[in-house]
Design a protein around this ligand. Structure first.
Ligand SMILES: Nc1ncnc2c1ncn2[C@@H]1O[C@H](COP(=O)(O)OP(=O)(O)OP(=O)(O)O)[C@@H](O)[C@H]1O
Length: 239
């Protein structure tokens, strides 16, 4: 579904992403991990044509994202609050996204019903504007909005960050449910190794913009990843 070919991004000559090739098949729940500055958001921003590659390209279902718009109807994402519209209430925002995806208000209301627990009584009917919601509640709105209209590719940047423990557990269940869906490709990034290993079928580790690990998730993945990141804090010689 997603094919990356010789993708690089540099700022003022400094490379921040250098990905020779990466193939993410349709239906995969894909996890991206890496320390601060590893290039995760850069990669997602390139997938969404929010920034331009320095070289190479990304194909989304065969469509090159920086030269065609045709990937947009089946792709959705929540990267950060800039995806929200601050002066709308959550309902108005959901209806707006629904309209973009060809759903009327009744369709959107029905879609939202199963997420009442996830919203924990603080989103729907609150009559607050999105700009006035807490960071965590804004994130809940952005994540759920990204599921509206059955997109085939969903990209979520650090979806667990800022969420309370109850919501994190609920979100894990929602994301894990996509493992059964062979049509939806879901990409998440996270700093939480436990969460990604629980919900992702495959995990790629980025380090200084490069793919340094690419593994199918198994029972040993969490330990291996903890080992990998622990090595980064081993004292260097002479310390
Ligand atoms: N507009 C920009 N100009 C210069 N450097 C940038 C710009 N945007 C990102 N970078 C750099 O690119 C690198 C990768 O950043 P990116 O946000 O992709 O990392 P990340 O893995 O998402 O990090 P984090 O886990 O902290 O969110 C960082 O060194 C960052 O400073």
């Amino acid at each position: 579904m997603i094919n990356v070919e010789n993708l690089t991004k540099s700022y003022a000559g400094d490379p921040v992403l250098n990905m020779e090739s990466l193939e993410i098949p349709a239906g995969e729940v894909f996890g991206l991990v890496g320390n601060n500055g590893a290039g995760k958001t850069t990669f997602f921003s390139l997938l969404l044509d929010l920034i331009r590659p320095s070289s190479g390209h990304v194909l989304n279902n065969g469509v090159q994202v920086d030269t065609s718009e045709d990937w947009k109807p089946y792709t959705s994402a929540f990267i950060d609050e800039s995806f929200l519209i601050g002066y709308l209430t959550p309902e108005e925002y959901f209806y707006f996204i629904g309209e973009l995806r060809g759903l009327n208000q009744q369709d959107v209301n029905e879609f939202l019903e199963p997420f009442e627990d996830f919203f924990h009584g603080e989103i729907l009917g609150s009559k607050k504007f999105l700009r006035d919601l807490s960071k965590g509640n804004q994130k809940k709105v952005g994540i759920i909005a990204s599921f509206i209209g059955n997109p085939k590719v969903i990209i979520l940047d650090e979806p667990f960050a800022n969420l309370d423990p109850t919501t994190q557990i609920r979100l894990k269940k929602i994301i894990a449910s996509y493992k059964e869906d062979v049509e939806v490709t879901l990409l998440i990034s996270s700093h939480d190794l436990l969460h990604v290993t629980e919900v992702c079928q495959r995990i790629v580790v980025l380090d200084k913009g490069k793919v340094v690990r690419d593994t199918k998730t198994s029972e040993s993945t969490l330990k291996e990843l903890e080992g990998f990141f622990a090595e980064e804090i081993q004292p260097t010689e002479g310390e």
